[in-house]
Design a protein around this ligand. Structure first.
Ligand code: SF4
Length: 232
């Protein structure tokens, strides 16, 4: 399929009609340390240790109701990182973030800015599903966020796309409404990684009229990434 045809198909999926153009001994030791002292120990974990630590995590009550943890997926050296809220029912079943209808739309959104899903790293604020898809509780976020910080430190993305209010507000540590967070470059974590905020695909499925705004956000993110790449 020609690039333009592919892009047209993704934009159609977005509802946009116009195109302006497991654990080693070291990991086991790290896990034991992490249980005793969460944040500091997580900071030093490598990928296998971090994955094992998340897989066995019981730091918050969500471990009681999960089918499995949802660690994250994608290129561990990606330039782009996608951060969402928490696993839903499909993700809890499959162990992968952003699957099902919202995942399909996410893939289309990424492809519209020339990002195949496998080229990015995708993770959530929470690694376990909140029952009935309720919003994460602050104490759950506080327990789980060190894992995301470590993932960002390991991936070292050039830019982070935060999808949805919960992801954006928890990443940025703010109560500012999503609408006011859009269109600006925010910063996250020890590496001061640029963050661009947009709507969650699940919200866009319920509110298709907002898809055009999401498209504006994606183009904005692309432009910021290009500028960062030129500067690098
Ligand atoms: S949500 Fe995070 S902190 Fe809570 S049990 Fe799952 S992995 Fe651990």
């Amino acid at each position: 399929m020609a690039d333009e045809q592919r892009r047209a198909r993704y934009l159609e999926a977005l509802g946009i009609e116009q195109w302006v153009r497991r654990a080693t001994p070291v990991a086991e030791l790290a896990m034991a340390t992490a249980v005793a002292s969460p944040t500091a120990a997580v900071d030093g974990l490598d990928w296998p240790a971090l994955r094992a630590c998340v897989s066995d995590c019981q730091r918050c009550g969500l471990h009681k109701t999960r089918t499995q943890t949802v660690f994250g997926v994608g290129d561990s050296a990606a330039h782009w990182m996608v951060v969402g809220e928490a696993p839903g029912a499909d993700e809890d079943r499959q162990g992968e973030p952003f699957v099902g209808a919202a995942g399909q739309l996410l893939n289309a959104m990424l492809a519209a800015i020339d990002l195949p899903r496998e080229s990015v790293f995708i993770a959530n604020i929470l690694k376990c599903r909140p029952p009935d898809n309720r919003d994460p509780k602050p104490e759950e976020v506080a327990e789980c966020l060190p894992y995301l910080h470590r993932q960002v430190s390991l991936v070292r993305p050039r830019i982070i796309l935060a999808f949805g209010r919960v992801a954006a507000q928890n990443l940025l540590g703010t109560d500012t409404p999503l609408g006011k967070l859009r269109g600006s470059v925010h910063r996250f974590g020890a590496l001061n990684t640029p963050v661009i905020v947009t709507y969650h695909p699940a919200y866009l499925l319920r509110t298709p009229s907002e898809k055009r705004k999401a498209w504006e956000d994606l183009k904005f993110a692309r432009r910021i990434y290009s500028e960062l790449t030129v500067e690098a």
